[in-house]
Design a protein around this ligand. Structure first.
Ligand code: SF4
Length: 951
């Protein structure tokens, strides 16, 4: 229904600023985007990118013309992969600055602070410029330079020996920030190793499981720009997943009248922009969401047509309510019965959010109907035992309102993510690595990476070659001292190669430190679910590309980068070739050029093949007289689909429909398996679940031993109020929130960013501070289960009482023996093992000005490097999703006389005991038919199906 009323200019502005209510009750179905790719006015037009002239700011008042070549690439400072334009000085071939790329369909010319700060990273005086090998004991801090040739030969021969001995599970690649589409999975498959490990289970495993059990897809892709009601769990507007692209679209949606509700115990910048700030007690979010679901049901605001067709309600009724007729009315009645306890008052009691606000937001969500966009990624899903239930209950609201895959709703991630057509696909691997997917966690999403050092300690296996790539578990993961113990032990990890652009706490314990490029120094293909649409971005080494345009091509990227900084893509090709020089291991054949018979593939050929096989790209390129590769080199991005809605309605082909039958739930069955759903006479593919529908009722969860969670429910967290002894000073600590200008351990080499954010005090509400007689700046000791850290307190009203918080971004360190790195942000610390397993860290010095080629390093005015809290957290793996549950119960006391700011103490014997305690909560495989994991659950590097069965 369209509004007849036409708003005037003043009315329009007043509506957009929320000074008056939105007067137009229905948004048009096909809304134009506020910014079309390439339409920002203030950017140099692409036809001038080969020779763009600007006056040199430093020469003012003289008008000195500088000639630049503008080369696009993609930011590598968070997972959003926004477009960047680099300005390469044609005289010196130096990159002078980065701006946004208006031709990028997701970021549309805009960036957050971290994008342009890439210039700091490539000019960082402390960066690693050459490959290094340790020359002393591991961790001793002694290094010698060696050539890339030597690096490749030495590592390749060890991998070759390991594979020849059949110890394929001992070769492991552990990645922090992937930043590419499938490149490494292909390499590992070519090597025949189940060697993919990741950071997923300290990040997003909770949300992934919550989504996957609903519909097989493990992430949400909200269409914020076209929503009427936006519901965020945490701070996605300022610092969440796909931060800048999402922020643009949230604001776009709000300017068109959408209301924003934010659940977060912290009054974040996101919450402060919201129409509704819902400061939940941490871990209570699912209770609030189910209360909202109850309101939607009771008020009749659910979408009958969507639910009738797409929810597996018949199965639920047959199994759980055998005595009643299988019809939709009875299902709604049963739902009301199931959720009758989840009253707004109950949710208020659990969460502290007023019942009135819960009812109001629920009605708005229900009235938004198919235009409800929601998002949960880390946050509550990553903090709590049972945190996966938050995503499960949040998505329940999308299912109830029919806003799954709709305009303004929330789509599955995969609909907005590009799958490259690669020149060669090695077969699935024939190994199952139980160090990554142990039997205790059959439903984990995905690798139990946080448990790796404990598994090694227990003797479950060892590693012959361990690559860490843009991955810093010593600092980023919980239980960092247990990581140090494992990484220091050569009997557990034979060879550790750290592939990293910058020094980090994990690289200190490597055998090889291999410098890899920043955003403008490497190739990658990227595509993310930033909005409804489908795009690819091309990250390219911009100086190499500028040299090529000038007719001076290089063979390898390290020839164009500073020092001998390389890139992983070429490194893996060269390494693979040397692992299998004669082809006898069957590896070499996967690295042969598709364009030159029998010859080693070049990196431009790898991307050429993908771009030549990307729908629509060859046609678009030829309109400009370009090859697909040259189009991507020129623009850095391509929009494959403008919108990507309702893909579950894709029609099955006649061939697929051969020998099928339709059961009494409208499900299309072929060879005993569901392949689709009949919708109004059309055969649709549906969702990749056993029922092809949205699984409100999860037979999988029942089959794998957790029947109590078969439908969306609220699970009480390990830091529930019932677990707190307030008399003893116990608080839940939220250690997970991001600072918008920083990104984990990747921003410490960016001076502009560390200047903005350089300390992480403990946030405490004024009422709690008053109770304890604490004021801002006081030193506190925060005791965890395995140790403590000493931090200053910041007293604020901008949070929920009864909770304390501390951002995890800060507290970087280096020891006196380590090569100086990231000195904008690293404390100098002393680390001592005072007794077996008892570790003490003390800050010797904070951040100091220092002399370097960058005059700004002498101008550092801050001296606080913050506190490394994560080290004092034991592992808390959720027994179902495998997610590390970050929130901690801490006992707070005033600092002792001997305590100093930044002190950390940890007993790793206690860490191990906590690991064993949490392990006892699991319900291990095998599941039905002797499976170690449900066959329909994916893995990032999926081995052959036979290995899903325990032999
Ligand atoms: S959101 Fe910021 S850090 Fe992330 S990719 Fe975009 S510009 Fe880079």
């Amino acid at each position: 229904m369209s509004s007849k009323h036409k708003a005037g200019l003043i009315e329009n502005i007043a509506e957009k600023l929320h000074l008056i209510p939105q007067l137009h009750d229905e948004l048009e179905a096909e809304l134009p985007r506020l910014t079309e790719p390439g339409k920002l006015a203030d950017y140099p037009p692409p036809e001038k990118w080969d020779d763009w002239v600007e006056y040199e700011a430093k020469s003012w008042p003289q008008r000195e013309a500088k000639h630049y070549m503008i080369v696009p690439t993609s930011c590598f400072n968070c997972e959003a992969g926004c477009g960047l334009l680099s300005y390469v000085d044609k005289e010196t071939m130096e990159v002078r600055k980065f701006e946004g790329n208006p031709w990028h369909p997701a970021s549309r010319g805009r960036n957050c602070a971290k994008g342009p700060a890439t210039i700091n990273q490539i000019r960082d005086e402390d960066r690693i410029l050459y490959p290094l090998k340790r020359s002393g004991k591991r961790g001793e801090g002694k290094w010698q330079r060696l050539s890339w040739d030597d690096v490749l030969d030495q590592i390749a021969s060890r991998i070759r020996e390991t594979l020849q001995a059949g110890k394929n599970n001992e070769v492991v690649y552990h990645v922090g920030r992937p930043g590419h589409e499938g490149y490494m999975d292909r390499v590992l498959k070519a090597w025949g190793v189940d060697g993919h490990n990741s950071h997923t289970n300290i990040c997003s495993a909770g949300a992934r499981f919550g989504y996957a059990v609903w519909h097989g897809f493990d992430r949400p892709s909200p269409d914020h720009a076209n929503a009427k009601f936006i519901l965020l769990i945490s701070a996605h507007l300022e610092s969440g997943h796909y931060f800048n692209p999402h922020a643009q679209r949230i604001i776009e949606g709000m300017m068109k009248g959408a209301k924003l509700a934010v659940m977060d115990p912290r009054l974040s910048n996101t919450a402060s922009m919201a129409d509704y700030w819902m400061p939940t007690y941490p871990g209570s979010e699912a209770a609030v969401l189910l209360a909202m679901a109850k309101v939607i049901l009771d008020e009749g605001l659910y979408n009958e047509s969507f639910m009738k067709t797409w929810v597996n309600w018949q199965t639920y009724l047959k199994k759980e309510r055998p005595g009643i007729a299988v019809n939709f009315e009875n299902f709604i009645g049963a739902l009301k019965e199931e959720y009758k306890e989840y009253t707004p008052e109950f949710a208020e009691q659990e969460s502290g959010v007023p019942a009135k606000m819960i009812v109001e937001t629920a009605k708005q969500a229900g009235e938004a109907g198919t235009r409800l966009s929601t998002h949960n990624w880390r946050s509550a899903g990553s903090g709590n035992l049972g945190g996966w239930a938050v995503a499960r209950c949040l998505h329940f609201l999308n299912v109830l309102t029919g806003s799954v895959g709709s305009v303004g709703g929330t789509s599955p991630s995969a609909w907005n993510k590009f799958k490259p057509n690669v020149f060669d696909s090695p077969p699935a691997v024939k190994f199952w690595n139980e160090l990554h997917f142990p039997n205790e966690y059959p439903l984990a999403h995905y690798e139990m990476s946080q448990l790796l050092p404990h598994f090694l300690k227990e003797g479950r296996g060892k590693l012959s070659v361990y690559f860490t790539r843009v991955f810093n578990p010593v600092w980023t993961f919980p239980d960092g001292f247990t990581w140090i113990e494992a990484l220091s032990d050569e009997s557990k990890i034979g060879l550790h190669a750290a592939l990293t652009p910058t020094w980090n706490e994990t690289a200190f314990f490597a055998d090889y430190v291999l410098p890899m490029g920043h955003a403008s120094e490497r190739h990658d293909l990227i595509s993310y679910e930033t909005h409804s649409g489908l795009w690819i971005g091309f990250r390219q080494p911009v100086v190499r590309e500028a040299l090529r345009r000038q007719g001076k091509p290089v063979n390898f990227t390290y020839e164009a980068n500073p020092g001998e900084v390389w890139e992983e893509d070429e490194f893996w090709i060269e390494l693979s070739w040397r692992i299998d020089p004669d082809g006898s291991l069957g590896i070499k054949e996967h690295f042969i050029s598709p364009y030159r018979k029998g010859e080693k593939i070049r990196i431009d050929e790898y991307y050429r093949h993908i771009f030549e096989n990307t729908t629509g790209l060859p046609e678009k390129a030829s309109k400009e007289g370009l090859t697909p590769l040259d189009y991507m080199r020129k623009y850095g991005a391509f929009e494959v689909e403008t919108t990507s809605y309702n893909k579950h309605l894709a029609k099955l082909s006649n061939e697929e429909l051969e020998s099928t039958k339709v059961d009494d739930t409208n499900t299309i069955i072929k060879d005993g398996k569901s392949i689709g759903v009949m919708v109004d006479g059309a055969a649709c593919s549906g969702f990749p679940t056993p029922s092809r529908k949205q699984e409100f009722y999860s037979q999988t969860i029942i089959d794998w031993g957790w029947p109590e969670y078969k439908i969306p429910v609220y699970i009480k967290s390990h830091i529930h109020e019932e677990k707190m002894d307030r008399e003893k000073g116990e608080f839940p600590l939220l250690p997970t929130f991001r600072l918008p200008a920083l990104i984990h351990s990747r921003s410490s080499n960016a001076k502009w960013l560390t200047e903005i954010s350089n300390r992480n005090p403990v946030w405490m509400h004024t009422s709690d501070a008053k109770r304890f007689g604490i004021k801002s700046g006081d030193l506190l000791r925060l005791n965890t289960e395995i140790g403590y850290f000493i931090d200053r307190v910041w007293v604020t009203e901008g949070m929920k009482p009864g909770v304390v918080m501390c951002s995890h971004h800060i507290g970087r360190w280096r020891r006196p023996q380590d090569t100086a790195g990231n000195r904008w942000a690293t404390n100098l610390v002393d680390i001592q093992q005072v007794e077996k397993g008892k570790w003490k860290m003390r800050v010797l010095d904070g951040i100091r000005p220092y002399k370097s080629g960058d005059p700004d390093s002498s101008r550092i005015f801050w001296n606080d490097g913050g506190v490394h809290q994560n080290m004092t957290f034991p592992v808390h793996p959720d027994p179902i999703s495998g997610m590390h549950c970050w929130h901690q119960k801490v006992r707070i006391e005033k600092a002792h006389a001997e305590d100093k700011y930044g002190d950390v103490f940890v007993d790793t014997n206690k860490s191990f005991a906590v690991y064993q305690e949490w392990l006892k909560m699991t319900r291990p495989a095998p599941g039905p038919d002797g499976l170690r994991r449900p066959l329909w659950f994916n893995r990032p590097l999926r081995p052959v199906d036979e290995l899903y069965y325990l032999g």
